[in-house]
Design a protein around this ligand. Structure first.
Ligand code: TRP
Length: 337
């Protein structure tokens, strides 16, 4: 199958351009898999997908300790490929390798009012949480750079979680302002809200690397089993015979996802004191490991062939860059530069 054709042979022009970005946070976990990557894989089967590792965005918070960003980028891409993204069917690339992104960010910064940026909730929240020192020029401009990520490859749909909606709304406003000032050059992106629930970590809070409660895609079976053994369950169920509350139990969350056919029965046995947490965890671990097995196998293959990963990134970046160069040229022309 050629990249320019869908499976049905429909020309690329008719496929929707989908753009998504992820900051390189290092190795990804099951929360990423269920929250974003499965969706990326599904979208790349019908849409013309551009998936970017947003390493310049990582600098907005990590500028003092940037030494690991390049290796984090590679880990993220290996996890994407492990999850099943097919580099023949979508475009995978790195933000910092496309200088046109930085140039367009400067141009769009000229037309973006500071007040629009200051009212973005994540900006206000981060300053309240971490103090004014995080408020660099680049951090304030984070949504401009994100707008460029999308607009420069002509992204029409952007798969995001709820938390990204304010950023996307701002992207639409910036694009509208540009088109109003200089003519209809940029596409107004639309959010593709995925309806994935919050994935709990081993402590019951949202799965997150910073909480140390994550099961990584790169964990092996033994590490996964060990983490699941320590997993939080319904605190009111101490003995097997105590009635449990599966709806609030993180172990049951994963049973429902990875052992769906048995979930009703598991819930009933838990509630009626016929299933203990130890047995439940071992059973859940088996199903999660079975789901992860082919993903881990692919991960191992890419991990031992980094030259191939680099080649995939090189191809993807070249493809994305040629689109970016055209968009930038049109923008500059429209602006009179
Ligand atoms: N801000 C996004 C996040 O934190 C990451 C991101 C960067 C992004 N550029 C993007 C998302 C472009 C969608 C489109 O998750």
């Amino acid at each position: 199958m050629s990249v320019a054709q869908t499976k049905a042979g429909e020309p690329q022009a008719k496929r929707r351009r989908i753009m998504a970005g992820m900051r390189p946070t290092g190795r990804l976990h099951v929360g990423h898999l269920l929250g974003a990557l499965q969706n990326f894989v599904a979208l790349s089967q019908t849409g013309d997908c551009f998936f970017e590792v947003a390493d310049v965005h990582a600098l907005t918070t990590k500028f003092e300790s940037s030494g690991q960003i390049a290796s984090d980028v590679l880990e993220v891409v290996i996890d994407w490929l492990a999850a099943g993204l097919d580099p023949e069917a979508c475009t995978i690339y790195v933000q910092s390798r496309i200088p046109e992104i930085s140039e367009l960010a400067l141009l769009l910064s000229m037309i973006t009012p500071v007040s629009w940026l200051e009212r973005v909730p994540t900006y206000k929240d981060q300053i309240n949480a971490l103090g004014p020192a995080v408020a660099t020029h680049g951090f304030l401009g984070y949504p401009i750079l994100q707008t460029v990520d999308i607009a420069i490859v002509r992204g029409e749909r952007v798969p995001v979680g709820q938390d990204q909606l304010p950023n996307l709304e701002l992207s639409r406003e910036i694009v509208r302002r540009f088109n109003h000032l200089y003519g209809p050059v940029l596409a107004e992106p639309e959010a593709l809200l995925s309806d994935t629930p919050l994935v709990p970590g081993t402590d019951g809070r949202k799965m997150s690397k910073s909480y140390q409660n994550a099961i990584l895609i790169s964990d092996d079976e033994a590490a996964t089993n060990a983490k699941i053994k320590t997993m939080f369950t319904d605190p009111t169920k101490i003995h097997k015979t105590d009635p449990g509350h599966p709806e609030t139990c993180p172990v049951f969350f994963f049973q429902r996802v990875f052992n769906a056919a048995a979930a009703d029965d598991i819930a009933l046995r838990c509630r009626t004191g016929r299933l203990g947490c130890v047995e439940d965890k071992a059973d859940m671990a088996r199903h999660l490991n079975a789901y992860l097995a082919p993903i881990r196998e692919r991960r191992a293959r890419f991990e031992s062939n980094r030259a191939l990963v680099e080649e995939i990134l090189g191809d993807g970046t070249a493809r994305a860059r040629s689109v970016a160069m055209k968009t930038l040229a049109e923008v500059k022309g429209a602006m009179g530069l």
